[in-house]
Design a protein around this ligand. Structure first.
Ligand code: AMP
Length: 313
C-alpha cells in the first residue's frame, strides 16, 4: 500500500443498547464509524482514519482496539459529556428493528474537524450525519478521488435541500432499499436508482439486508447476495460494515474500474456477513484476514454455477 490511498471515515461512535431475541445487551460499543473502520481495516492495512466524537464515559480500550488494528483514531475528539447512545429492539426474526431511544449527547454539538494531515485523504466515507455536516467535511478536503456517503430517512424527510446539495457532490451513495424509495419517491428500484443517479452520484449501492445488495453504475445493474448463514446473532452495523468493506477494498486496490467495484461488492457483503455473527462489533474485532479470505472463498463457491449459461440446444 502506498500512502496515497488512505480512507477517511467520518461518523458516529456510540454506546448501543441492543434488545435481541437472544437477550438484552447494554453499553455495547458501536456507531457507524466504528463498524465501517473495523471492516475497512481488514482490507486496507494502516490506511484507515476515523473522525468522530466520544464523551468522557467512552472506554479507551475500544479506541485502543482500533489502533491495534492500524486505524488512526487521532481525529476522534473526546468532548465533555456523554457519548451518543442508541437503543434498538429487533423483531424475533431479526428482519426489522425499532429505535426505542436516541440520545445525541456530545454528538449534538459535533462539528467534524478533519486534522490537517488527513485533508488530502483520497478516499472518503461520510457516515450518516446531518447532510450539512457532511458538506462541511467535504469543504475541508482537498480533491478526494472517491467520496461515498450514507444517509437515513430522518434527513431525507427533514433536510431535502442540503441532502440535494450533498448528492450533487458525491460519487457513491450507499443506502438501503427503503431509503432509495423514499429519496426518489419511486417504488421500482431500477427506476429509483436512475432518478437518484441523475441527482449527482454516478454510483448507487442499494443494500437489501438478507436479500443482498445492488450496484447501479451505468455499466448495467450488478447484484451480490448476502452470504447465507446458519445463525444471525445481531444485524447491528451490517450496513456500515458493508460500506466500510466496499471503500476499504477500493482504497486498497486504488482501482475504480467497473470490475474492481464489482469485486468490492463481494468484500462488502462478506464483511456484513461476518459482522452479524456476534453481538456488536465483537466478530469484526476478532476477525483477521484469513477469516475474511475463507468467507470470500465460500462466497466464490456460492455464486459459481460451474458451467456456461448458453441456452441448451
Ligand atoms: P446499521 O445497523 O448499519 O444501520 O448501523 C447501526 C449503528 O448506527 C449503531 O451502532 C448506532 O449507534 C448507529 N446509529 C443509530 N442511529 C444513528 C443516528 N441517528 N446517527 C448516527 N448513527 C446512528
Amino acid at each position: 500500500m502506498t500512502t496515497s490511498n488512505h480512507l477517511l471515515i467520518v461518523g458516529s461512535i456510540a454506546f448501543d443498547d441492543l434488545d435481541l431475541p437472544t437477550g438484552e445487551h447494554r453499553d455495547v460499543a458501536g456507531g457507524a464509524a466504528t463498524y465501517a473502520a473495523l471492516a475497512a481495516s481488514l482490507l486496507l492495512r494502516d490506511g484507515v482514519r476515523v473522525v468522530g466524537v466520544v464523551g468522557e464515559d467512552f472506554p479507551a480500550g475500544v479506541l485502543d482496539a482500533m489502533k491495534a488494528r492500524g486505524i488512526d483514531a487521532g481525529g476522534v475528539e473526546r468532548a465533555t459529556g456523554k457519548t451518543f447512545r442508541w437503543h434498538g429492539r429487533y423483531s424475533a426474526d431479526l428482519a426489522s428493528r425499532t429505535t426505542l431511544d436516541t440520545q445525541l449527547n456530545v454528538f449534538a454539538d459535533f462539528r467534524p474537524q478533519i486534522p490537517p494531515s488527513q485533508r488530502t485523504s483520497p478516499f472518503v466515507l461520510l457516515g450518516n450525519i446531518h447532510p450539512a455536516l457532511q458538506l462541511d467535511v467535504l469543504g475541508q478536503l482537498q480533491r478526494p478521488k472517491l467520496v461515498a456517503a450514507d444517509t437515513m430517512n430522518f434527513w431525507i424527510e427533514r433536510e431535502p435541500a442540503s441532502l440535494g446539495e450533498l448528492l450533487s457532490r458525491i460519487d457513491l451513495l450507499v443506502i438501503n432499499d427503503e431509503e432509495a424509495r423514499q429519496l426518489s419517491g419511486i417504488h421500482n428500484l431500477v427506476r429509483a436508482a436512475e432518478d437518484i443517479r441523475r441527482r449527482g452520484p454516478r454510483m448507487l449501492v442499494v443494500k437489501r439486508g438478507e436479500f443482498g445488495a445492488l450496484l447501479f453504475d451505468g455499466a448495467g445493474p450488478f447484484f451480490v447476495p448476502a452470504y447465507p448463514l446458519e445463525e444471525i446473532v445481531d444485524p447491528t452495523g451490517a450496513g456500515d460494515s458493508f460500506a466500510g468493506g466496499l471503500m476499504g477494498y477500493l482504497a486498497a486496490r486504488g482501482d475504480l474500474s467497473p470490475g474492481s467495484i464489482r469485486c468490492a461488492m463481494f468484500f462488502a457483503s462478506a464483511l456484513g456477513s461476518l459482522c452479524v455473527e456476534a453481538v456488536g462489533p465483537a466478530r469484526l474485532l476478532a476477525a483477521n484476514r484469513s477469516h475474511l479470505a475463507a468467507r470470500i472463498a465460500s462466497f466464490a463457491k456460492l455464486v459459481d454455477h460451474g458451467g456456461d449459461l448458453a441456452l441448451p440446444t
